[in-house]
Structures are given as structure tokens and as C-alpha cells.
Ligand binder design. Structure first.
Ligand code: GLP
Length: 243
């Protein structure tokens, strides 16, 4: 696992965007795995800038998002469908037919999860997966517990995640309790992974991850220690350096 500690959130965002740019320039039809949450916003802004000012071309790029809440309409600003359009897709030249986000409103969840993993395979697998990390060490919505799912699945959200994510909702009661997420196995199949973490709230999870000694379902991100090509980019606050 490679660790990059940046001075602040802005340089973290630029470093991540630079890695994405390299990947797209190397392979025009790169398959990207994308994350939501507040952490990747700066990276998306920088990629939008690269598209507008430097002509970074997304026309053949294929994307698969990590997760989506269950039971939220896609016109709801809290849905990840809405988030991705508002924060990224509406501002670049991506072909929306190449965009994939798990369906949190499917009539047949089991089938929809199976098809999502199948489609990733069909598109050749994920070349570069972007991840954030929950304060409890979750990746995607794979929450700490006794066991973790291998493939895309429906999960119950952890109390801490519901509390952390309630900042985006009117009240904590409005936060969905279930989500659909790529499983740990779906994530681990990506050829290259970048995990981003910013701010004090992530310090404990990052400390446990970069210690790098144990893999445990109690810290889902720890499975990344088994992956051959992971870069963790954290700012000084998340790493535990206070100026
Ligand atoms: C969310 C998402 C994750 C994200 C994490 C951190 O709930 N499901 O994919 O990485 O939690 O979010 P944030 O970047 O807002 O701290």
C-alpha cells in the first residue's frame, strides 16, 4: 500500500485528479469506479476544470458507482444519482449510457445486485476505483460487522454512518437505513485503487489502516491491505499531523 500525505484538502484533490487523468490519457475507454460523499468533491471539481480548460476527454470513459441508498427517489438531492449528475456528470462530456449507478429502487434487488457485478465484468472490470472511507472504516457501504459480502448487495447502515450522513438530511429520521453497495470482492477486483481521506473525523480509521497489520471485518477498509495496487491519499489532518 502506497501512502501519500498531502498538506491539505486542495492538494489531496489535485493529486487524486491527476491520477485519474493519467489513467484516462493512457486508456480512453477507462472503466472508473466512483465514490460519493464530501471527500471526492474537490477531485471532481479539479477533473471538471481539466475537462474545461485542458480538454480532458470523458467521451469513452465508463463509470460504475459504488453505492446508492435504498428507497430514495433519484430526483432527491440526497440520492447518489442526483449527487453524481450535479457534482460531476453534468459538467463533463461523458456519455450517460456509459454511466452506471446501483439501483436502490429495484423491484428485484437480488437480481439487480447480480446484474451489476455481471455488467462490471462485461465491461472488462474496473481499471481505477476511487474510494472514500467512513469514520468507522467502511468502504462503499460495507459496514463493520461479523461478515462482509463479496458481491454487490443490500446492507443495513451502521448507526455511526446514519449519524455521520444525517448532516446532509433534514433530520436523522430521514436518513435511509439500507443501501445497495458493491461488495468487498467487487471492489477488490479493481486493477488499481485510490482511497481518499480528509479531516480529523477519519484519523482513527486511517491510523488503523496504515498500521497495516491485520485484516478484519471490523475495519472493512483493511481488506485493501491484500490488494497489490492501492494508493491511500490523506491530508495532514486525517493522518494526525496538526500544524
Ligand atoms: C458515505 C459513502 C462512502 C463514502 C463515505 C465517506 O456514506 N457511502 O462511499 O466514502 O461514506 O463519506 P464522506 O466523504 O462524506 O466522509
Amino acid at each position: 500500500m502506497k501512502l501519500i500525505v498531502t498538506r491539505d484538502y486542495e492538494s489531496l484533490s489535485k493529486a487524486a485528479a491527476e491520477m485519474v487523468r493519467k489513467e484516462i490519457e493512457k486508456k480512453k475507454d477507462t472503466v472508473l469506479g466512483l465514490a460519493t460523499g464530501s471527500t471526492p468533491i474537490g477531485m471532481y471539481n479539479e477533473l471538471i476544470r481539466m475537462h474545461r480548460e485542458e480538454g480532458l476527454d470523458f467521451s469513452r470513459v465508463v463509470t460504475f458507482n459504488l453505492d446508492e441508498y435504498v428507497g430514495i427517489g433519484y430526483d432527491d438531492p440526497n440520492s447518489y444519482h442526483y449527487y453524481m449528475n450535479a457534482n460531476f456528470f453534468d459538467h463533463i462530456n461523458i456519455n450517460k449510457n456509459n454511466v452506471h449507478i446501483p439501483d436502490g429502487n429495484s423491484e428485484n434487488m437480488e437480481e439487480s445486485c447480480r446484474l451489476y457485478d455481471e455488467l462490471i465484468e462485461k465491461k472488462g472490470g474496473i481499471d481505477l476505483q476511487i474510494l472514500g472511507i467512513g469514520a468507522n472504516g467502511h468502504i462503499g457501504f460495507n459496514e463493520p460487522g461479523e461478515e462482509l459480502y463479496v458481491g454487490t448487495c443490500v446492507v443495513n447502515l451502521d448507526e455511526r454512518t446514519i449519524k455521520d450522513n444525517s448532516r446532509f438530511f433534514k433530520s436523522i429520521d430521514d436518513v435511509p437505513t439500507k443501501a445497495i453497495t458493491m461488495g468487498i470482492g467487487s471492489i477488490m477486483k479493481a486493477r488499481k485503487i485510490i482511497l481518499l481521506a480528509s479531516g480529523k473525523n477519519k484519523r482513527e480509521a486511517i491510523k488503523r489502516l496504515v498500521e497495516g497489520k491485520k485484516v478484519t471485518t471490523r475495519l472493512p477498509a483493511s481488506f485493501l491491505l491484500l490488494h497489490p495496487d492501492v494508493t491511500v491519499i490523506v491530508d495532514e489532518e486525517a493522518y494526525g499531523i496538526s500544524r
